[in-house]
Ligand binder design. Structure first.
Ligand code: NAD
Length: 424
């Protein structure tokens, strides 16, 4: 089905796969709202005073049911919101349809999903949307002057991913950061929930459903042992795999050893392992086509880090005589002509856990998105006070604690108040 585009009666632009899925999307959004109590608390606490009145917020983040709860929290606080997906495989069409119909401008195109090619910025007269598309297209690493035009209207940015935050700090250091940015990634309620627990409940299940391979008894290699690597290693271990980690950082390597996980190099294990999961983030070419050639027949290869260059997909695609067969959605078996041996690549080497092979649980996402909402609110409320310069900030500890506290009541937890005696 071709994507559908248009404007709602109130003038919001949309481009989604199928507007008839909006009712289904609404049902699932209502289910997710119950699992995302802090965002719902933000609505009841801040909604009446409409603090975002006059704010236009543009987001580029997976257009899922959980993201819909964030979008509708921002709109409930008075913002006008527009959204586009941050990953080509993560759009849930029913969520996009419900948001387009009920609350915010959405661009989640089927063509984008299927081809990975970004929509033409000329296809819309929406100024913010064009800016976001241009930024995505050119990438932060290219000439920063390309996005100078954002400076005139941008109040600030909140960013939750390790790799993008690293880039913001790099821009701050070389003087190319043109707006205040809040690093949500280093809030404890982000990194120790979304990063450290985000994939655990659904990752192994998604991998097994996509490949029809049971994890128990297999050898799984996790490249990188940051928070995301720790999450993946724990999930695979729990599913019965023998896990081996590769690391470049001695402290992280020691952490793995301390958890009873063997640390080796990829070269040591490439011919022995059944499953390879890359969590290294920005590093390119962690798994090369030469590694893939040495892998066991039908070894599974996937990436959980931010970018799709950690696995050398161009090297694989261009390898002489290689053929690919799609065995399940976002699951491809690549076969080398000379050896007739193949490997299974998930989500074309892109971030796997928000595609078919699993998605984020709502509580971890609720923490992450509440951080975003609070960061956006902070930037907007302080926009004229000069509190935030063109630098990267982390949310103060009391706001991090607030995000946690907003969840506790709904989870049946009661905090002990620190008495003066205890404190002394
Ligand atoms: P991190 O930087 O803390 O961890 C990455 C680890 O990889 C580091 O310990 C580093 O030493 C190691 N590493 C780097 N190059 C390596 C190499 N060549 N071989 C072996 N190890 C290597 O980052 P993180 O917070 O764990 O996040 C990892 C990636 O996942 C980032 O790109 C982040 O944006 C992304 N992320 C994904 C999700 C998700 O849901 N998929 C959630 C949060 C973060």
């Amino acid at each position: 089905m071709a994507f559908q585009m248009g404007r709602t009666a109130s003038g919001r632009e949309y481009k989604v796969k199928d507007m008839s899925q909006a009712d289904f999307g609404r049902l699932e959004i209502e289910l997710a709202e119950v699992q995302m109590p802090a965002l719902m608390s933000c609505r009841s606490v801040f909604g009446p005073s409409q603090p975002f009145k006059g704010a236009r917020i543009t987001g580029s983040l997976h257009m899922t049911v959980q993201t819909a709860v964030l979008i509708e929290t921002l709109t409930a606080l008075g913002a006008e919101v527009r959204w586009c997906p941050g990953n080509i495989f993560s759009t849930q069409d029913h969520a996009a349809a419900a948001i387009a119909r009920d609350s915010a401008g959405v661009k989640a195109e089927e063509a984008y999903q299927n081809t990975g090619r970004l929509p033409d910025p000329a296809s819309t007269d929406n100024a913010e949307f064009q800016i976001v598309l241009t930024v995505i297209r050119d990438g932060m690493k290219t000439d920063p002057k390309r996005y100078h035009k954002m400076m005139d209207r941008l109040v600030g940015v909140s960013e939750a991913t390790t790799t993008a935050v690293e880039r913001l700090y790099r821009m701050q250091a070389n003087g190319t950061l043109l707006f205040p940015a809040i690093n949500v990634n280093d809030s404890v309620t982000q990194s120790k929930f979304q990063n450290l627990c985000g994939c655990r409940p659904s990752g192994p299940d998604g991998l097994m459903m996509a490949t029809d391979v049971e994890i128990a008894g297999k050898v799984a290699v996790v490249c990188g042992y940051g928070d995301v690597g720790k999450d993946r290693a724990a999930a695979l271990k729990q599913a019965g795999a023998r896990v081996i980690v590769t690391e470049t950082n001695p402290i992280r390597a020691l952490q793995a050893v301390h958890e009873g996980i063997q640390v080796l190099t990829l070269e040591d294990v490439v011919s022995e392992a059944d499953i390879f999961v890359v969590t290294t983030g920005a590093s390119e070419g962690i798994i090369t086509v030469h590694h893939m050639r040495k892998m066991k027949n039908n070894a599974i290869v996937c990436n959980v880090g931010r970018f799709n260059n950690a696995i050398d997909m161009p090297g694989l695609e261009n390898f002489p005589g290689v053929k690919s067969f799609t065995t399940n959605p976002q699951t491809d078996r690549w076969v080398f002509l000379d050896t007739e041996s193949g490997i299974i690549v998930l989500a074309e080497g892109r971030l796997v856990n928000l595609g078919r092979a699993a998605s984020h649980p709502n509580l971890a996402t609720s923490c992450s998105f509440t951080n975003h909402a609070i960061a956006q609110l902070e930037l907007w409320m302080e926009r004229d006070t000069g509190k935030y310069e063109k630098k990267v900030y982390v949310l103060p500890k009391h706001l991090d604690e607030k995000v946690a506290a907003l969840h506790l009541g709904k989870l049946g937890a009661k905090l002990t108040e620190l008495s003066k005696e205890h404190a002394d």
